[in-house]
Design a protein around this ligand. Structure first.
Ligand code: FAD
Length: 408
C-alpha cells in the first residue's frame, strides 16, 4: 500500500529538519525520508558562524538557548586568514554594537543530532530512517517518491537531500557545473599544536590551491577539523590530486609541519561536494522545492552552507504554508520561493563570487594581506564585513580602495 502525506521532505540535514520544524503542528501530514540514521556524520568543516546562531534565535529563542547547553562544541572568537605569501590577518568577531562575539566549531554528528532532537520532541512528523529515495516524479497533478522501502505520495516534495540530491537530478538535471562547484576533504586530528588562545578558526590560502583554502579548526578535547576545498574546474584544469596536496601541505609546509608533528589522524580522509551559489538556478517546479545544498546555496568564497540551508528551510516553510492555504502547488506559484531565496542571498553570493575570483590571483591576495596587516582602518573594516552583509558591498567600493591603494 502506498503511504500518503501532505509534505515529504527528502533528507534530514539542517535544511530538511528546520523546514519540518517550522511546518510541525500546522495540521499537515509530514514525513522525512532519510537514507542514514541518527547519529549521522556529514563531511563538513563544522564551523557554525554567527549567522547560524542568529537563525536559530529567529526560528525559536529556545533553540538558541538549548544550543548553548551543548558541551561538545568550542567557541571561536575570530578568524585567522593567511595569504599565499604568509601575511596573517587576525580578525576578532564583533557585533554591530561593538560587542565581542563568537561562532562555534561543533562536529556535525553533534549539531545535526541536536536539531533532530529539537524536532522530535512534540513532533507530529513521521521519520523514515535507513530509507533511500531512488526516484521522484512531480507533475502538475501529483507527486510520487520511490524509496528502498516502498512508494510515497504527497502534495509536495521537498528536496533537502544535499549536494548529490536525487530530487534535483530527477526534477531538474544531473549536470555539475564545475565552475560553480567545489570539492572538499576533511580529516579529524588529535594533538594539532598552537591554536590561538581564543580558538580562532584558520584559513590558509596557499597558492597551490587557489581559489580555495586549507582550514584548521579547533575542536574540544584537543581535536581539530582539518580540510581543504578547491573549485572543481581548477582541479580538472590543473589535474590536481587533492588528497596528495592536502597531505603534503600539512606535513611539509613551513607554516604547518611543526604543528602537525605530533598530530594523530582520527579517521581516513573523507570527501564531499560543495554546490556553490555563484549562479542563479531553478530551484522549484510543479510540486517540488529544493533546499540547502540541493539548491546550491553555499557561499562561493567562504564555503559556508549551514546558515543558508537553515534560511532556505525557513523560506520554504512559509511558501509551503501559503501553497496549502491556496491549494496551489503549480510551478508558477512556487516560483515565489526562488524569488525570495535570491532576494535574500544573491547580494552576498555576488560579492563572494567576486572575492573568489580575486583570490585566484596570489599576488593581489598578498597585496591586500600586506596592507590589511599594517592598517588598522582596513583591519577594522574587514572585521565588520564578517558579520555585516551591507558592509561587504563596500569591499569593492571607493573608500576601501582608497585605503588599499593610496594610504601608506
Ligand atoms: C568539506 C566540506 C566542508 C564544509 N565546511 C562547512 C563549514 O565549516 N561551515 C558551513 O557552514 N558549511 C560547511 N560546508 C557546507 C555544509 O556542509 C552544507 O552546506 C550543509 O550541510 C547543507 O545542509 P543540507 O541540509 O542542505 O544538506 P546535508 O547536510 O548534506 O543533508 C542532506 C541529507 O540528505 C540525506 N540524503 C541524501 N540523499 C538521500 C536520498 N537519496 N534519500 C534519502 N536521504 C538522502 C543525507 O543522508 C543527509 O542527511 C562544508 C561542506 C563540505 C563538503
Amino acid at each position: 500500500m502506498q503511504q500518503k502525506y501532505d509534505v515529504i521532505i527528502v533528507g534530514a540535514g539542517p535544511a530538511g529538519i528546520i523546514c519540518a520544524y517550522l511546518l510541525n503542528n500546522k495540521g499537515l501530514r509530514i514525513a522525512i525520508i532519510e537514507k542514514a540514521s541518527f547519529p549521522k556524520d556529514k563531511t563538513c568543516g563544522d564551523a557554525l558562524s554567527l549567522d547560524v546562531l542568529n537563525q536559530l534565535k529567529i526560528i525559536n529563542p529556545i533553540l538558541a538557548q538549548e544550543f548553548e547547553l551543548i558541551t561538545e562544541k568550542i567557541p571561536s572568537y575570530g578568524i585567522k586568514i593567511v595569504s599565499p605569501a604568509g601575511h596573517v590577518i587576525e580578525m576578532p568577531i564583533y557585533s554591530d554594537d561593538n560587542q565581542k562575539k563568537c561562532g562555534y566549531v561543533c562536529k556535525r554528528i553533534v549539531f545535526d543530532q541536536f536539531l533532530y532532537e529539537q524536532l522530535k520532541n512534540n513532533s507530529e512528523v513521521d521519520f523514515y530512517f535507513d530509507t533511500t529515495v531512488e526516484d521522484v516524479n512531480c507533475t502538475f497533478k501529483s507527486a510520487t517518491v520511490q524509496t528502498s522501502k516502498g512508494t510515497f505520495d504527497a502534495q509536495i516534495v521537498i528536496g533537502a537531500d544535499g549536494a548529490h540530491s536525487i530530487v534535483k537530478k530527477k526534477m531538474i538535471d544531473k549536470t555539475i557545473e564545475k565552475n560553480h562547484y567545489s570539492a572538499g576533504l576533511r580529516q579529524y586530528f588529535k594533538n594539532v599544536a598552537h591554536f590561538n588562545s581564543e580558538n580562532f578558526i584558520e584559513l590558509y590560502f596557499f597558492k597551490e590551491i587557489l581559489p580555495g583554502y586549507l582550514w584548521v579548526f579547533p575542536l574540544p578535547n584537543n581535536e581539530a577539523n582539518v580540510g581543504i576545498g578547491i573549485l572543481s574546474s581548477t582541479i580538472s584544469k590543473k589535474h590536481l590530486n587533492l588528497k596528495k596536496i592536502f597531505q603534503q601541505l600539512i606535513n611539509e609546509h613551513p607554516l604547518l609541519k611543526d604543528r602537525f608533528k605530533d598530530a594523530i589522524p582520527m579517521e581516513n580522509i573523507k570527501g564531499y561536494g560543495l554546490p556553490l551559489g555563484s549562479k542563479k538556478n531553478k530551484i522549484s517546479g510543479n510540486r517540488f522545492l529544493l533546499l540547502g545544498d540541493a539548491a546550491s546555496l553555499i557561499d562561493p568564497f567562504s564555503g559556508e552552507g549551514i546558515g543558508n540551508a537553515i534560511r532556505s528551510g525557513r523560506i520554504a516553510a512559509d511558501v509551503i504554508i501559503s501553497a496549502f492555504s491556496k491549494n496551489n502547488f503549480s510551478a508558477s506559484f512556487l516560483h515565489a520561493y526562488d524569488k525570495e531565496i535570491y532576494r535574500k542571498m544573491w547580494p552576498e553570493f555576488f560579492i563572494s563570487r567576486k572575492m573568489q575570483k580575486l583570490s585566484c590571483y596570489a599576488r593581489a591576495f598578498d597585496f591586500i594581506g600586506r596592507k590589511v596587516e599594517k592598517s588598522n582602518y582596513l583591519k577594522t573594516f574587514m572585521q565588520d564585513t564578517l558579520t555585516n552583509v551591507h558592509k561587504k558591498k563596500i569591499l569593492i567600493g571607493p573608500k576601501f580602495l582608497f585605503h588599499l591603494f593610496l594610504k601608506k
